[in-house]
Design a protein around this ligand. Structure first.
Ligand SMILES: [Zn+2]
Length: 1012
């Protein structure tokens, strides 16, 4: 697959069409110093906060669309990033990005801006990249002007007091600790270390307590003064670009922006320029083979070239053209060939367009291949296949036919895009303003403007073996690696490419006859007509087919008016949850089916017809979306492959080996392990990840898979939803196609698509287990309060409660107590049973998990007081904010479909849920909220703490040294190690030291749906 950054773009056309929405782009003050030469990074390198909503398993499919709304939004990009870090204070730019949030002269409260936004249904974030720093927020329109004024103070007069600096450095440190056990981050850090000495690519952008606090203290460096100095030098108006979007008139917006933002100081100093530092990787260290020990269980080969900066060629997009071909998965492609050999599972190629991969000094072109065990043994041959393909491309030269096909697909995408989140839109746009001339702000990063073969050829001809850097990730490298990366501790070794291969690659080696250019794509839509209704218009989906074998919900779109459709099916079977082995066989089945489809369906995928197969808890979920013209072709292809499912022993082995790695990788992450443990306790009859891992390691045969699949396909209940530019007659055909092709019997009895949940006894239960990755300092602490079988009204009250909790929780646990980077309360719907929880990700090198648990309790007590003293006004403001969020219109059809699909897949069918929730919200008083919270606390409360305990001195161990997989043998992750409670919590908690023994004594709550 090509790195898909360019394709994940937002709907510019839709925005332009919608006349109500005014977009104001405004470059602050100085238009002259405009400089291009960089590319926008799409994914923030470092999020300040990323509060993930964790809904329990049952709803994981996603109740989305609550914040994607017609909120007003703004984003500001400072044209300076981590490249400008001083050598003696690594991470200073990133630290400053954090510090401007900590109060200003005009609004001195720490996190005051967050608190203001939370109160008014908004959110904010920021990220620091190599040459840019971006801040963005959204909020209800009514509060937009005030929010702008508060936010602008970050750039007008932030306080940055010493005490706050001391505490916030811990948040940056936690962010670094969290980032450490990630192979992607490690690979990047190692790559940076290969840069020429003194080149900014080699800097440590993250920063940590060592570089920002302890080292400076030792060397008499005043971080406080240096932060101010950095701010004054680099947060200057003439390097800033700003985008605001709101329903105000352009004149009003312009007036506001001028009034508020013209106070930002402009020092007139030249913008730091790194454009002269080209060829950062023109070093002997670059063209080598690096063996690296990864954190996860994975074999992967990455081949990388460092090219001259390509931003200037954005009208041609040569790397886009090349990655289109290199990442192709159809017949004749690299991946197709490697898959047939059972050597590779996936391939990504191209430039990710982060600041790290493309900046004013260079551009990356890289190809990453996930290898099988066999592929690892043949990694030189794998690399050779890549080089053969590139040599073929160089010989053939650029082809106009291919360029025009890509151009056509991008044009279609652009013209019929669906709207995205305003905040994403402004974020992207303020970066585009730093990169493109005015006329290309909206299109510069997406469209291919002109075909210039010589520009493509120039980039293409650089991609030769002699200039490549090879990185081989594998646990098998453990023990063979004598080097260690300075910041993340990655173990690696450096060697020359084996002589025989080096010689071959120097010679005029032969092309591979199995590799060739892709044929013409038959999935590119050409009919964009909107269809007429063939049945009455409805606001919500209507059941148009209902038989013992299945039913179909249908709604023709009449709102977004785009030539696209969404088709979703749930193939429900009681067979899946019968045993842990069945759950695993089902996983294997879905993985092999996906593998089998990869090549035939790839063309559809690149023509923006997307599909996804998901192994749900109780059934197979098939999702298809895109231009409706050719969509039935893709849907039928998937059903055909399902009906004629088959596998070879080699593919079976490859996929099961891969699944072992996947399970293992889930188990060694404290966050995912904590979720598994919590759900294992709550959802009776659920199979744990460890059960599944064990079943898989015990060995399953291809025969058992084939008989499982046969049985699965023979008896089902199929439920579908079709929405978009499709008639009801066409929709009925989708269900008919499934029923006819699979020819299955109906289920003998109706089955629930939920787990039954245990009723927790009163008291505070504590389940404390050791993390399974010995090298990982991260701990995860979740304190969960069970509420029970509740009504829709009570569910809404819980949502309101959690909304009130969010900002105080962040302020208390993260800012004041500095317990960790990820800190959040959340409303939990566990198979229909209501509850809420507070989660803190911390590090055993800093805190003991029981101390964190105590602090969470302390927070909840302080919150109880806070909420009791809440003013009527503040209560009403929050209610209004939540109502506004729920009233917000969908910005694209996908949101509406997601919401409806969630009702179908959970068999609740309350399509007008939001209206009911809004009605409920209007009926609440402050005392309802206070009493509701009180009812969950105190002696009768049903509390469950889950601790996954990391490795470090606060857990009575030496500090952890992140290390690779071999220190975690397979059998070590096959069971949980329960830890005893320490004196701190021993009197106040009831330990759980055997989950099955504990849950088998409990009452089961009845199946419950939240529909009234
Ligand atoms: Zn950060």
């Amino acid at each position: 697959m090509m790195k898909r950054v360019l394709m994940m773009k937002m709907n510019l056309m839709m925005k332009r069409r919608s006349m109500m929405m005014m977009i104001l782009m405004l470059r602050i003050m100085n238009w002259k110093n405009w400089k291009r030469g960089q590319k926008p990074e799409r994914k923030p390198l470092k999020n300040r906060s990323a509060p993930v909503q964790h809904l329990a398993g049952w709803q994981e499919e996603g109740q989305q669309g609550e914040t994607d709304t017609v909120l007003s939004a703004a984003a500001l990009c400072v044209g300076v990033g981590s490249f400008a870090d001083p050598d003696d204070l690594p991470g200073l730019a990133h630290f400053l990005e954090h510090m401007v949030f900590m109060g200003s002269l005009k609004y001195p409260d720490e996190n005051g801006f967050d608190a203001f936004l939370k109160k008014h249904g908004g959110s904010d974030n920021a990220s620091t990249d190599c040459e840019r720093t971006v801040f963005q927020f959204d909020v209800q329109r009514k509060y937009f002007k005030e929010a702008l004024d508060r936010w602008a103070q970050f750039f007008i007069h932030p306080l940055m007091i010493r005490d706050a600096i001391d505490r916030e450095v811990e948040a940056v440190d936690s962010e670094y600790q969290l980032a450490r056990p990630s192979d992607a981050n490690r690979k990047e850090m190692l790559f940076g270390s290969l840069a020429r000495i003194g080149h900014p690519m080699g800097k440590f952008f993250w920063g940590n307590a060592e570089t920002l606090k302890h080292e400076p203290k030792k060397n008499n460096i005043d971080t406080h003064a240096r932060l101010r100095e950095f701010w004054m030098r680099y947060y200057s108006a003439h390097y800033m670009t700003l985008v605001v979007q709101s329903k105000e008139t352009l004149d009003t917006l312009e007036k506001w922006v001028t009034e508020i933002f013209s106070q930002i100081p402009n020092n007139g100093l030249p913008k730091p320029n790194f454009g002269h530092l080209t060829d950062p990787f023109d070093t002997p260290a670059f063209n080598k083979l690096y063996r690296v020990v990864p954190i996860r269980k994975i074999h992967a080969l990455t081949i990388t070239w460092a090219l001259p900066p390509q931003q200037q060629h954005y009208r041609v997009k040569p790397l886009h053209y090349i990655s289109w071909l290199v990442g192709h998965e159809g017949k004749g492609s690299i991946l197709s060939y490697l898959r047939k050999k059972c050597w590779a599972l996936a391939l990504f190629g191209g430039n990710g367009e982060t600041g790290f991969e493309q900046n004013s000094t260079y551009s990356v072109f890289s190809i990453s291949i996930t290898l099988t065990d066999e592929g690892y043994k043949h990694f030189y041959e794998v690399a050779h296949t890549v080089f053969q393909y590139l040599k073929m491309l160089q010989k053939l030269g650029p082809e106009k036919r291919i360029f025009e096909e890509i151009q056509k697909i991008e044009d279609n995408e652009f013209h019929y895009q669906e709207q995205t989140d305003p905040v994403e839109y402004v974020e992207n746009m303020c970066e585009n303003m730093q990169l493109y001339p005015l006329q290309d702000f909206l299109t510069g990063d997406q469209l291919l403007f002109e075909y210039k073969p010589e520009v493509i050829a120039e980039a293409l001809n650089q991609l030769v073996p002699q200039k490549a850097n090879l990185v081989l990730l594998s646990g098998a490298n453990e023990g063979k690696c004598d080097l260690k990366e300075k910041w993340f501790g990655t173990q690696y070794s450096m060697e020359d490419v084996e002589n025989s291969w080096a010689e071959l690659w120097k010679s005029n080696f032969e092309l591979n006859p199995d590799l060739h250019l892709p044929a013409e794509n038959k999935y590119i839509a050409t009919d964009f007509m909107l269809k007429a209704f063939d049945c009455p218009e409805t606001e919500y989906p209507v059941k148009i087919v209902n038989t013992p074998q299945g039913c179909l919900w249908y709604k023709k779109d009449n709102k977004f008016k785009i030539p696209k459709a969404y088709i979703r099916f749930h193939l429900i079977s009681p067979l899946i949850q019968k045993s842990a082995a069945n759950v695993v066989l089902f996983d294997i089945f879905v993985n092999i089916l996906t593998h089998n489809l990869a090549e035939p369906a790839y063309e559809a995928d690149v023509a923006q017809l997307e599909y996804k197969l998901v192994a749900g808890e109780h059934g197979l979920i098939i999702r298809v979306k895109g231009f409706n013209h050719k969509l039935p072709l893709l849907f039928q292809l998937i059903i055909d492959y399902l009906a004629e499912f088959n596998s070879t022993p080699a593919v079976f082995t490859m996929i099961t080996e891969q699944l072992k790695k996947t399970y293992f990788n889930i188990l060694i992450k404290p966050e995912t392990l904590a979720k598994d443990v919590r759900l294992l306790i709550l959802e009776y009859a659920r199979w744990s990840m460890i059960d599944k891992y064990r079943a898989l390691m015990d060995g399953l045969s291809l025969e058992s898979l084939l008989s499982f699949v046969k049985e699965f396909k023979s008896q089902l209940f199929v439920e579908g939803l079709v929405q978009g530019n499709v008639t009801s007659t066409e929709s009925v055909d989708f269900l008919k196609y499934v029923v006819d092709k699979l020819n299955f019997r109906p289920l003998e009895q109706e089955m629930s698509v939920q787990f039954q949940v245990v009723e927790l006894p009163s008291g505070h239960h504590l389940c404390k287990v050791k993390a399974l990755n010995k090298g990982d300092a991260n701990s995860e602490v979740t304190v969960y309060y069970q509420s029970g079988t509740r009504s829709l009204k009570e569910y809404t009250l819980m949502e309101l409660l959690v909304m009130h909790m969010e900002e105080p929780c962040f302020d208390f646990l993260r800012t004041k107590q500095t317990l960790g980077y990820h800190v959040y309360p959340t409303c939990r719907n566990t198979s229909g049973i209501l509850g809420f929880s507070v989660t803190v990700g911390t590090q055993a090198t800093k805190y003991n998990s029981e101390v964190v648990d105590k602090k969470i309790e302390e927070f909840l007590s302080s919150f109880e007081e806070k909420i009791a003293n809440l003013s009527e006004d503040a209560f009403n403001t929050q209610v209004t904010a939540l109502i506004k969020l729920k009233e917000c219109e969908d910005t694209h059809l996908g949101e509406e479909v997601d919401r409806n699909w969630n009702e179908v897949v959970t068999q609740q069918y309350l399509f007008d849920r939001l209206a009911h929730e809004i009605e409920a919200l209007k009926s609440f008083s402050k005392s309802d909220l206070v009493n509701w919270f009180k009812a969950h606390r105190g002696p009768g409360s049903k509390t469950l703490s889950v601790h996954v305990v990391g490795f470090g001195k606060y857990e009575l161990e030496e500090d952890a040294i992140p290390c690779g997989e071999d220190s975690n043998s397979a059998c070590e992750v096959m069971q949980l190690t329960y830890l005893p409670t320490s004196p701190l919590l021993v009197d106040s908690t009831i330990p759980i030291t055997d989950i099955r023994a504990f849950t088998s004594t409990l009452n089961l709550l009845p199946y419950h749906k939240i529909v009234k």
